[in-house]
Design a protein around this ligand. Structure first.
Ligand code: SAM
Length: 303
């Protein structure tokens, strides 16, 4: 609540992207992954399939697989037959969606030990005692690390490193710089699903803050910021809008924006540098033929 109010009252208003993911937001994200313009999940899944044997060789079998921001759990579950996890731990802030995904998955793999953890890992990562500490392999897929500037991504990755111990590893998906038209189309699809995903954050916030955002006052904006090498998503006020909640309010001028998401785009070098800064060494990097996306296996270079 405090974080939300702080963001709404800031001179350049912002909402953290984790608030996208109520139940409807998670379902809208699942729909986004089926859009022709939104290449990241498709390309990441292709890399996972193409290099599944090499990936399995790097990660080994019978590890504890910890899926950060697991969503529908599909990508990591696709590797169960080859990785044979000793335990699968799905971590996500969207708990109702996660529960449904794990119910479904445990019917498919009744012999695999599974744990669901509903936490916001952007600030801390205390895993419950039933999560095994043997050979922890973290998966951080979907280029979700790109939601954080380096000043927040590095501490987050350091928390993962401390959580995995010297024997652990990290398989991370990172989206790469590419032509601007391709990037902007991926975040502003013709069908308007990403626009709905972005605007839905206001409905989620109305429930949390008891605020009175009206969808018809806001439009979706997605643009590439080349200086910062990131896609930015915003909500732009279509007219002057006063938003109120118990004990507070904010007046937005017409065309004033609320910044809702950053999605940083890396080069293979800047991806490695980010990992190095957090005490990881990139052991293997897999990409697709177009060089759109990188999947990196990294291990701790210090404990
Ligand atoms: C871009 S989706 C990726 C889903 C899945 N890993 C994939 O690659 O298809 C991001 C996921 O992370 C979750 N998430 C976002 N921010 C989070 C946070 N701070 N703590 C926990 N989960 C978070 C969302 O609920 C969502 O399921």
């Amino acid at each position: 609540m405090d974080e939300l109010k702080r963001g709404l009252l800031a001179s350049d208003a912002w909402i953290a992207p984790k608030f996208f993911y109520d139940l409807l937001g998670s379902r809208l994200f699942a729909a986004i992954t089926a859009l022709p313009e939104y290449y990241p999940p498709r390309v990441e899944a292709e890399i996972l399939t193409t290099y599944r044997k090499e990936i399995a060789q790097a990660l080994g079998t019978r590890a504890t697989l910890i899926d950060l921001g697991a969503g529908n759990c599909e990508k990591v579950a696709g590797l169960f037959p080859i990785l044979q996890p000793a335990q699968y731990v799905a971590v996500d802030i969207s708990v109702d969606f996660l529960r449904d995904a794990l119910d479904h998955l445990s019917r498919q793999y009744p012999d695999t030990d599974m744990v669901g953890v509903g936490v916001d890992f952007s600030t801390q990562l205390n895993l419950p005692a039933d999560v095994s500490d043997k050979r922890r392999t973290f998966f951080y897929l979907g280029s979700s690390i790109g939601n954080f500037p380096a000043a927040e991504a590095v501490p987050l990755l350091e928390r993962l490193r401390r959580n995995m111990g010297a024997e652990g590893g990290l398989l991370i998906g990172m989206d790469l710089v590419k032509p601007i038209a391709t990037l902007e189309a991926a975040y502003d699809d013709a069908l308007g699903v990403t626009a709905a995903f972005n605007r839905n954050v206001l409905l989620h916030i109305n429930r949390i803050l008891v605020s009175d955002f009206k969808l018809e006052d806001w439009r979706h904006v997605a643009l590439f910021n080349p200086q910062a090498s990131r896609i930015e998503m915003h909500l732009e006020a279509l007219r002057e809008v006063r938003v109120t909640w118990p004990g507070g309010e904010r007046l937005f001028a017409a065309q004033e924006r609320i910044h809702t998401e950053n999605s940083y785009k890396y080069t293979p070098e800047s991806a490695r540098t980010l990992l190095q800064q957090a005490g990881f060494m990139a052991k293997q990097v897999w990409t697709d033929p177009m060089g759109y996306f990188a999947l990196i296996y990294a291990t701790p270079s210090r404990v």
